[in-house]
Design a protein. Structure first.
Length: 453
């Protein structure tokens, strides 16, 4: 069992202290001779509890603080980190970063973002990211037990469990640099999950379900999470292989988010300036069908991916990455933008709240539209080549005929090239998975190679 002293903190009470600490660190960097500096500080605390087969497995409280310091000497850069916020530790960490910078090679693209591009730290919007739960260990254990019991008692076919877990975490983040920008926010994240094992004759299958939200009151009911995990597990029993063929493929909403994430990787600045992307030099070209739109909305209230400034201190803003099927923007930080001779898109640290617009109804409608093919609900392996776009992954799901699920499928491989796959998207459903920072429904592809029996 983990540490049992409750270390959960109120990040709002720590936010001002952390901003002051960031200012002290930047002052110390200037005193030691840095031409420029930036600092990131994180402070997290939380509680997690897990149970398995009706017994408590772990109860853990955590409290972690981290400080990352980057200094610049001309075009030379050095970074160091520590978890100690004492004055001596700060001095030592700044000194270590400067020592690294002195021996580093010059990089003409390094340095802080331009001062004029900094967000207004005094006018950052409140994005409603912090909703403390206040849950104690006994209540967390009880919720996890309710969840697991609901799943285990759902059917006699559920014969084992990999456990249920409850987690509640909250924290504060601060970023500052020597242009005078010091921005901060507090946030929370709560979750509940269950993993169950089912058996039918000699066959065993495992599946799961989870719910996550910044606001605990918006989590799915613990009993429903357990039941859903059980339903998903039972639905996989009786899985078969299918013949090798070229068929339509429908990615369920949670799998579709992964499909879109490969696109994000291909248009990220780091892969582009390394020339390690199958979408190199594709800006302004049609990547998806002309009806498709993929856009970022970073300033939405309460969303898991919301952020008012990026890791360079630039104000985030809404933008289209795909409009009418055409690639409108890359995903660029200050550094990658300089390497590519372009402007930052305020995406240092990644994309915030990506939306794939739907053009169809729910999964049932998409199954009818597909007719006969494969519904993918699980993907395995890492067979995605970002350089070439080649895609080959193990898959499991359900065989569909005349728009109706016939039987579960396992031990198959689906393959294609992401360029072709994106062009072959027929429809995007409105059955959006709210648990992901990539908000998309199920995605139907016209055809993919399916390797089976």
């Amino acid at each position: 069992m983990g540490e049992t002293s409750n270390a959960v903190l109120d990040p709002r009470a720590e936010e001002a202290r952390l901003k002051g600490l960031a200012g002290d660190i930047l002052d110390e960097a200037a005193r030691q001779g840095a031409d420029g500096a930036e600092v990131g500080i994180s402070l997290d605390s939380g509680l997690s509890a897990s149970v398995r087969m009706g017994d408590v497995e772990t109860v853990e409280f955590n409290r972690d603080q981290g400080l990352g310091i980057t200094v610049y000497l001309g075009k030379k850069k050095g970074s160091a980190s520590t978890s100690d916020s004492s004055l001596q530790a700060i001095k030592d960490t700044v000194r270590a970063a400067l020592d690294i910078a002195r021996y580093a090679s010059e990089d003409p693209f390094s340095g802080l973002a331009e001062r004029a591009l900094m967000a207004d730290a005094a006018a950052l919007p409140d994005l409603d990211l912090y909703h403390p739960w206040g849950i104690e260990a006994p209540e967390a254990i009880d919720l996890a037990l309710q969840c697991e019991d609901a799943g285990r008692n759902y059917s006699k076919k559920i014969i084992n469990s990999d456990g249920a877990s409850v987690s509640s975490h909250q924290g504060a983040r601060v970023y500052g640099n020597s242009h005078g920008f010091i921005g901060s926010y507090v946030s929370s994240r709560h979750s509940l999950s269950a993993v169950l094992i089912g058996m039918q004759e000699e066959e065993m299958q495992r599946d799961y379900w989870y719910t996550v939200n910044r606001n605990a009151s918006l989590l799915e009911n613990a009993v429903e999470v357990g039941k859903t995990a059980a339903e998903r597990t039972i639905s996989r029993l009786g899985a078969r292989k299918v013949d090798t063929a070229e068929v339509p493929v429908l990615f369920s909403a949670d799998m579709a988010a992964g499909l879109i994430s490969h696109f994000l990787g291909a248009i990220s600045g780091g892969n582009l300036y390394r020339q390690a992307s199958f979408l190199l030099d594709h800006l302004g070209q049609r990547i998806f069908p002309e009806w498709m739109r993929i856009h970022e909305q970073p300033l939405l209230q309460g969303m898991l991916g919301s952020a008012s400034f990026d890791n360079d201190g630039l104000a985030t803003y809404a933008k289209d990455f795909i409009k009418d099927g055409v690639l409108e923007h890359y995903i660029l930080s200050t550094y990658s933008a300089r390497k590519l001779g372009m402007k930052s898109t305020a995406n240092a640290g990644g994309v915030n709240n990506l939306f794939v617009e739907s053009n169809a109804g729910g999964q049932a409608e998409l199954l009818k539209q597909m007719g006969t093919g494969l519904l993918v609900t699980e993907l395995m392996g890492q067979g995605v080549n970002t350089v070439t776009g080649d895609y080959s992954r193990g898959a499991a799901g359900f065989w569909v005929e005349n728009g109706v699920i016939q039987f579960p499928v396992s031990e198959v491989t689906i393959a294609g090239n992401l360029k072709d796959m994106y062009r072959d998207i027929v429809a995007v459903g409105n059955d959006v998975d709210p648990r992901s920072t990539i908000q998309t429904g199920s995605i139907l592809l016209n055809k993919m190679k399916l390797a089976g029996a």
